[in-house]
Design a protein around this ligand. Structure first.
Ligand SMILES: *Cc1c(COP(=O)(O)O)cnc(C)c1O
Length: 463
C-alpha cells in the first residue's frame, strides 16, 4: 500500500496535506475493474451503468443513497469459490457481510453453504429455504434460545466458542434427544490483517479457545466425553482483509498439530478443519487480492502438506469467505449536497448518507475510492474528503481521494466495494433511514431490501 504524500495537480491546494492517498489516476473517468463490480461501465453519455442500467435512472427510481448490487457478479464470485474448492471442500458464505433472503437463495442455487452468527441471521436463512444441514452457527455468546432454535432446526454444525458453550450445547442437544455436530473454535496465536500477520499473543481477544497452555486440547477432551456432541473438527479464523497467505500457513500448521495431539491422545482423527474467512478485496487500486483458485490451491496444499508430515489423513477443508464474495459486487450511490473547498487543505464533499450507511471508515480507518457517476469530466483533479450528513466530525465515507474539480451539488458519486459490512452494519444514527439494496441484472433492477421509512422508525417508538 504505497502512498505518495504529495501528488501534483489539485485545484484548491498549493501544498497537499499529509494523508494516505496515491497520486490521482491519469483519467478520473476511468473505472478500475479491480474495485468495481463486473458489469459496471459507462454509457455513451458517460453515465455509470450497472447490469446495463444507468445510475441516473436507478437514482430516479430508488432514490439516494442506495446500495446497488450486481447480481451476476455475486453469482460469479460465489461460483468461483465453489468451483475452486471442488467437491472435497465446503464454502460457507459468511452471512454477517451481507444477508438477505435473495442472497440466501443465490447461495443455495450456486451450491454454497452459509454461516450465521445470530438468531436473526438464522431466521433469514431458514425463511429463504437454505437447508439447515448447510448452515453453520457461530458466535461467542449464543443465547440458550438461539442454540435451541439451531439444534431444533438441525443446523449442520455449531461452532463452539467457549468452555461454557461446550456444556450448554451438549445439554440442549441431549435434552432434545439428539447429538449436535460441532466444531471447536480455537485461537492459534496468529492475527492477520491486510498485508501483515503477527504470530504471537493474539489469544488476547474474545473469540475462541486458546491453543496456548493446552486449553484447546482440554476443550476437545471435555467435548469428546459429552453424549450430546459429535465433534467433527477444529475451527480457526485469523483476521480480515488478508492478502498474505503466510498467516494461514502458520494457522494450519498449528491446527494440524492439535489434530495430531488429539489422534495421539484419544485415538480419533477429526474429519474436518475450517480455516475461516478474511480474504481481502480491492477497495482502492493499490490493493491486489488473490483469485479464489489461487487461495484454494494454497490452502489445500498447506493442509495436505501439514497432514502428511503429521501422518494424518487430510481432513475435509472448509472456508468462510464473506467480504471476498459480496464486497466487490456492490457500490453506494450518493448525491452531492455541498462542496466546501478549504485552501491548502482539501475539499469537503457532503453526501446524503454517511456513517449510518458506511461505518467502516470511522470504525477501522478503512480506505475507499470514489468516482463521479452521473457524468464524466475533464476538469483538473481535486483532493476531496467525502463526508456524510451526520452530526459527528468523524462522519467520513472516503478519507482521501480525487474527484474532478468541477464537482457540484446534484452530481451523483459512487463509492465502490461497499457490498460487505456496510448495509449489515448500517445504523439509524440521527434517525437516518437505512438505504435500500437494489439488485441489478441483465437490464432489470429489483429491490432486495427496501429503504426504511419514517413510519418504520416511529413504529418502534411505542412510548
Ligand atoms: C467474519 C468472519 C468470517 C468472514 O470474514 P470475511 O472477512 O468477510 O471473509 C468468516 N468466519 C468467521 C468465523 C468470522 O467471524
Amino acid at each position: 500500500m504505497s502512498r505518495s504524500a504529495h501528488p501534483a495537480g489539485p485545484r484548491h491546494a498549493d501544498v497537499l496535506p499529509e494523508g494516505h492517498y496515491s497520486a490521482p489516476a491519469d483519467d478520473l473517468n476511468v473505472l478500475d475493474p479491480k474495485v468495481w463490480a463486473r458489469t459496471v461501465g459507462r454509457d455513451a453519455d458517460g453515465v455509470v451503468t450497472v447490469g446495463g442500467i444507468p445510475v441516473t435512472q436507478l437514482a430516479e427510481e430508488y432514490g439516494t443513497p442506495a446500495y446497488l448490487l450486481d447480481e451476476a457478479d455475486f453469482r460469479e464470485r460465489a461460483r468461483a469459490w465453489r468451483t475452486a474448492f471442488g467437491d472435497d471442500a465446503d464454502v460457507f458464505y459468511a452471512g454477517k457481510a451481507f444477508l438477505s433472503r435473495a442472497v440466501v437463495r443465490w447461495l443455495d442455487e450456486e451450491g454454497l453453504n452459509l454461516d450465521v452468527c445470530s438468531g436473526g441471521e438464522l431466521a433469514t436463512a431458514l425463511s429463504a429455504g437454505m437447508p439447515a444441514e448447510r448452515i453453520a452457527f457461530h458466535g461467542n455468546n449464543k443465547s440458550p434460545e438461539e442454540i435451541e432454535r439451531a439444534v431444533r432446526a438441525g443446523v449442520g454444525r455449531i461452532v463452539l466458542d467457549s468452555f461454557q458453550e461446550i456444556v450448554r450445547v451438549a445439554h440442549i442437544a441431549q435434552s432434545l434427544g439428539g447429538r449436535q455436530r460441532v466444531q471447536i473454535r480455537i485461537t492459534v496465536g496468529v492475527e492477520a490483517h491486510t498485508h501483515e500477520f503477527i504470530a504471537t499473543a493474539h489469544e488476547d481477544q474474545k473469540f475462541g479457545i486458546p491453543l496456548a497452555g493446552g486449553q484447546a486440547a482440554e476443550a476437545v477432551r471435555r467435548a469428546l466425553q459429552l453424549d450430546g456432541l459429535e465433534v467433527i473438527g477444529i475451527h480457526s479464523h485469523i483476521g480480515s482483509q488478508i492478502f498474505d497467505m503466510s498467516g494461514f500457513e502458520v494457522a494450519a500448521h498449528r491446527v494440524v498439530g492439535l489434530l495430531k495431539d488429539i489422534r495421539d491422545e484419544h485415538g480419533v482423527e477429526l474429519p474436518e478443519i475450517d480455516l475461516g474467512g478474511g480474504l481481502g478485496i480491492a477497495y482502492t487500486s493499490d490493493d491486489d487480492p488473490r483469485e479464489p483458485h489461487e487461495i484454494a490451491k494454497a490452502l489445500t496444499e498447506i493442509v495436505t502438506r501439514e497432514c502428511e508430515a503429521a501422518r494424518l489423513a487430510t481432513p475435509r477443508i472448509s472456508v468462510e469467505p464473506g467480504r471476498a464474495i459480496v464486497g466487490p459486487t456492490a457500490f453506494t450511490l450518493y448525491e452531492v449536497g455541498t462542496v466546501k473547498p478549504l485552501d491548502g487543505l482539501r475539499t469537503y464533499v457532503s453526501v446524503d448518507g454517511g456513517m449510518s450507511d458506511n461505518i467502516r471508515t470511522a470504525l477501522y480507518d478503512a480506505e475507499y475510492s470514489v468516482a463521479l457517476a452521473s457524468r464524466t469530466s475533464d476538469a483538473e483533479p481535486m483532493l476531496v474528503r467525502v463526508v456524510g450528513k451526520h452530526c459527528e466530525s468523524g462522519d467520513i465515507v472516503v478519507k482521501d481521494a480525487f474527484l474532478p474539480g468541477d464537482l457540484a451539488p446534484g452530481d451523483l458519486i459512487a463509492v465502490p466495494a461497499t457490498g460487505a459490512y456496510c448495509r449489515s452494519m448500517a445504523s439509524n444514527y440521527n434517525h437516518a433511514l437505512r438505504p435500500p439494496v437494489v439488485a441489478v441484472r441483465d437490464g432489470a433492477a429489483r429491490v432486495l431490501v427496501r429503504r426504511e421509512t419514517e413510519e418504520d422508525l416511529l413504529r418502534l417508538d411505542v412510548g
